[in-house]
Design a protein around this ligand. Structure first.
Ligand SMILES: [Zn+2]
Length: 105
């Protein structure tokens, strides 16, 4: 069940616990893609790889996005962790006004 935002009463709120798990998963995925990319597109295999994988450009974009200085799961985790409000209860983030708040179950 989704509570309304405590500031603007919007129903467009997301559970930050879920977002943290998703962020961690996405970060880990990006990290592993980077590893896969590195092994697939190592210079010695570049010619063969580019003929077999037409998504090279997309892969490169993903890798570029993932390698913004902070690596993998830690980045996703930290980005969401930063949004967590202090205190007890379930953390929520309002997508309407950006207000983060907690609801005690
Ligand atoms: Zn709000």
């Amino acid at each position: 069940m989704t509570p309304p935002c405590s500031r603007c009463a919007s129903q467009r709120v997301i559970n930050l616990e879920t977002a943290r798990k998703l962020g961690t998963a996405a970060g880990a995925l990006a990290g592993s893609l980077k590893g896969a990319y590195t092994s697939l597109y190592a210079p010695s295999r570049l010619m063969a790889a580019s003929s077999f994988f037409p998504m090279t450009r997309i892969a490169a974009a993903v890798v570029a996005a993932a390698s913004g200085g902070i690596a993998g799961a830690a980045a996703g985790q930290q980005m969401v962790q930063y949004l967590f409000p202090p205190g007890e209860g379930t953390p929520w983030l309002c997508l309407g006004c950006g207000h983060a708040f907690r609801i005690l179950d």
